[in-house]
Design a protein around this ligand. Structure first.
Ligand SMILES: Nc1ncnc2c1ncn2[C@@H]1O[C@H](COP(=O)(O)OP(=O)(O)OP(=O)(O)O)[C@@H](O)[C@H]1O
Ligand SMILES: [Mg+2]
Length: 338
């Protein structure tokens, strides 16, 4: 019998939920090739380590950009590697799949998500689930209740904010900004301040190890290595938590603006629920220390992190495929509203 899995194909991380078992795979959305013969040499974590530092003849690429599929063939090769690693794809059959779809994508982009999974060998796509709804379910919100909830998923390449009430997304928005834009802002800051070029992975390391969104969360300093743009030689620099925060500040402000504009346009009848319930944050970027405080101050509504924010969407898809009742129904109501 075909295995049933739930897939959250994110721009930074792929998460796979195995029906009845929970999340069985969390891997970077990166694939690496031998450029001479075109063969896949690594997928996920191994390929991520090569990103930006591949030797001649090898190339590591990210198949998603701006929250949608950028390279169909790279995305499909990556998924095929994961299906194989999980043992859910044999010569004769592939997995049945429930798939999270970002909010507000065009029909073409939505079809690309679906087709890429089929192309990689999935037997069928059983559910297309709007990601903010999956995030709410995964974060433990009872979406079958007639109460308004505000959820914001800040991922690697996008921020999705949604007001969810009684099985449906009442109102939502998406901004093409996430953790990878914070990384790029750190690269630009260090280049402009020190004339030193660092790679994306070093920037991500800085963000995760000493980055914060609010001055109340100072996290010391670390040494990193890059290349001096003027001399071409290796350079060692010490970067402080405050500098990382300064580098990220414009991008964080834009993320908070996008959440605020969703609130400004929300249906007034739901406002009291939202003020009472606050803003629930999920997605990997919500792990940035101080982001709740920054957002609470900026939008005037208390923001709090979901438990295991990186896993909310995959867990929500999983809960939907594990349940056989009402929760499954919300999937079809989503397709109408998105
Ligand atoms: N501790 C942390 N502090 C700050 N950022 C973090 C932390 N852990 C992970 N991240 C960031 O979270 C992002 C990945 O989050 P997530 O997996 O939710 O994104 P995604 O689903 O792949 O992207 P998208 O939803 O935009 O397609 C990355 O940019 C990563 O650097
Ligand atoms: Mg995501």
């Amino acid at each position: 019998m075909a295995k049933h899995i739930g897939l959250d194909l994110g721009q930074a991380t792929v998460k796979i939920y195995y029906k009845g078992k929970g999340i069985v795979l969390r891997e970077p959305t990166v694939i690496a090739y031998d450029t001479v013969n075109g063969e896949v040499i690594a997928a996920g974590r191994q390929a991520y380590k090569m990103h930006g530092r591949t030797p001649r003849g090898k190339e590591a690429v990210r198949p998603l950009k701006n929250g949608v599929i950028d390279s169909y063939s790279d995305a499909s090769e990556l998924l095929l590697s994961f299906y194989k690693a999980l043992g859910v794809k044999s010569t004769f059959s592939g997995p049945k799949l429930a798939l999270g779809i970002p909010w507000g994508v065009s029909e073409v982009e939505r079809n690309a998500f679906e087709n890429v999974c089929l192309e990689a060998g999935a037997k069928s796509v059983t559910h297309l689930i709007c990601q903010p709804m999956a995030a709410a379910v995964g974060a433990g919100i009872n979406v079958l209740k007639a109460k308004g909830n505000l959820v914001c998923d800040i991922g690697g390449g996008k921020t999705q904010t949604a007001v969810i009430s009684y099985r449906g997304v009442l109102h939502a928005s998406k901004a093409p900004l996430g953790g990878q834009d914070l990384d790029s802002a750190i690269v630009a800051y260090i280049r402009n301040t020190y004339n030193v070029l660092i790679g994306d992975l070093t920037a991500e390391f800085l963000k995760k190890s000493i980055g914060s969104a609010h001055p109340a969360f100072d996290r010391g300093s670390v040494k990193v290595y890059g290349r001096d743009i003027v001399t071409g030689r290796g350079a060692e620099i010490t970067i402080s938590s405050g500098q990382v925060r300064e580098a990220m500040s414009d991008c964080l402000e834009k993320i908070s603006d996008s959440i605020r504009s969703t609130l400004e346009n929300m249906p007034p009848r739901i406002a009291s629920d939202i003020f009472e319930g606050g803003l629930l944050l999920c997605g990997g970027t919500s792990l940035l220390p101080g982001i709740e405080k920054l957002l609470s101050d900026s939008i005037g509504i208390e923001a709090k992190k979901a438990a295991r924010p990186l896993d909310c969407i995959a867990n929500g898809i999983g809960k939907i495929i594990d349940s056989s009742g009402e929760l499954t129904e919300i999937v079809s109501s989503q397709e109408q509203t998105n």
